[in-house]
Structure formats: structure tokens, C-alpha cells
Design a protein around this ligand. Sequence first.
Ligand code: SF4
Length: 346
Amino acid sequence: MNWDSEITRHKKARGRDMLILAHYYQRDDVFAHADTSGDSYALAVSASRAQARLIVFCGVFFMAESAAALAREGQEVFIPDQEAGCPLADMIDPEQFQSALDMITRHIRRPVVPLLYINSSARVKAAVARAGGMTCTSSNAELLVRAILAEDGAVFFLPDKNLGLNTARALGLPEHEIAVIGPKGPTSALAPDHRLIVWDGFCNVHVRFSHADVLRARSAYPYSRILVHPECAPKVAAAADYAGSTRGIINEVEKARAGEVLFIGTELNLVRRLSKARQDLKILPLRESGCVNMNKITPEKLAAALRTIDDPESPYRVTVEPDIARLSGVSLERMIERVERERSAV
Ligand code: SF4
């Protein structure tokens, strides 16, 4: 069966009534069908502004859930595999969030603002919105943490510890102002002067990159540049030449001079696509590390989702309870508004 021609046929038949969104970590044979691609922030914005009635999300489940939470009346969201989850998103639930937040607010003297990485479930996003917090992504975490600290607040950053710690490092926050908390409580005593408290979660794709990988790359190509994602361990990010969001890494590759050697520490599908796009560079994965869940979306499943899109019982439709959808939408809208406000103030 030729899935590509079936997908193309459905797209043609639907025209502007349907929008296919794909995350940068999707396989090339799925990515090729996207109307819009991006990192999680760009896709959340695209979903929130989409005019199309049908949104098909090629990414992991929390992303489709975010799109469903932001959907206007009459819009419907689909994902070609409901099992494409994100282990990082599953590392905290609303009850764990609330009990950690209660403990933090009992010990910290500043007002605490929860800042939730977008890689999280709609239920946790809703809990964060209820507590006055907002969502962030790897592209805007630094901007939002800086803005909250500038108002003399403290940040409860969740669920990715490395992104929180790398953001703290980029902002020059001293060690004694940072604490880590997990399902069993803080890893060391909380103090009134802590300003950034990070949840002890991790992305299993990015924690695979090690400091030894960086040393090996440098010794093989001493003039190479090493670009990594901030979900990598702080020791890896500190040893690299650049640590930034998926979009930031792509920008670095686009700006690179012909002949440069770049090692990239992020999801393998993206590294391979960048390597094909810039054949005048030598682009190598810092280590081959793919996301099993992103790879669950295949052309075959995308075709099946498009085939059943009018079926009220379609197993690909993403629904979120109205109250959770409304509140998780609030946490995303607060991020979008705050980022735009901070950027326009610069
Ligand atoms: Fe989750 Fe990491 Fe896969 Fe992204 S790359 S979906 S954070 S496991």
C-alpha cells in the first residue's frame, strides 16, 4: 500500500479545512506531509491560531492535548497514535505537583510561581494554572524564569530538572539559591532564600548524552562545534559550545559556515534531517539517541487517522475534559501572552 499517495489524496480533498502539524523530531516520511512544523512552542502557537477545523498532530500525546485545549468551538484534534506518550510528561501528576508546591510555599519567603515545561499532561497544566502558574518551552524558559525572578518571585520549575538547572546556569543563579524536589520530597533542606526549585524529572532521549561523548567528539575533531539541547545534563551543556532549544539548534546550523564540523546532541531524526539539508557541513550526532515515542507516528498510522477523520468514533480523536481543557489552555495562553509581552518590551 502506498501510504504517501493516500495521505496526499486526503490532504487535497480536505484543503484548508485540515491542518497537519509535525514536530521536528518526527520521522522524515511523516514530516514530509506537514503543513506546519516546529518545536513544541511554535506548534502550540500554530494550533492556537489555526483556522482549519481539523488539526492532525504528528508528535507526542501531550502536544495534541495542548492543541485540543486551545481548540476553538467546532475544531477537532487527532493524533495518529494515542500511545505516543512522553515519559518525561508522566514523571509528575497533579497530586505530586500540589504536595510539592505546598511544601515549597511553606519554606520559601518569596511568592512562588510554578513554571511548567510544556512536556506535561493537560491535568498538570490545569493544576499549574489553578496555582497561578504558566507553561514554558525550552525556547522561552530562560526568558520566563528571568521575568519572574526580576519581580522578586521564586520559581517552581517542573518537570525537567536539567532544563531548570541549565536555565539557572544561563542566568548566573548561584548554587545556594537552587533546590531540587522529587516525589519523595526535597533532595536537601529547603531554605527561605531558594529562588529556583526544580522537579527531579528527565527526558530519557537527552540524558543519554554524556560528558564522555563531548570529550570523544572534541578529540576526534578538535575544531568542531558541539550543540546540545538543554534537557541534557548540566555537565554536558557546560562542556558544549551551545546549549539551546530545538529551534535554537536549527538556527545555529542554518548560520554555520560551509566546511564546519558540528556534533549535535538532540533527537536523531532531527540531526539526520539537518545533516541532509546542509551537505556543505559535516553534521554528526553526538550519540545516536532517538525518541521511541515520536517514532510511533508512521505514514501508515497517519493515513489511517485521515481515513477515519469523519467517524464520530475515530480512535485518533483527542478529547480533554472541558474543565481541564479550559485551565490547561489558560496555562498555555499565559505563556504565549507573557512571552510576547516580554519580547515586545526588549
Ligand atoms: Fe518526551 Fe524526550 Fe521524547 Fe521529547 S524527546 S517526547 S521530552 S521523551
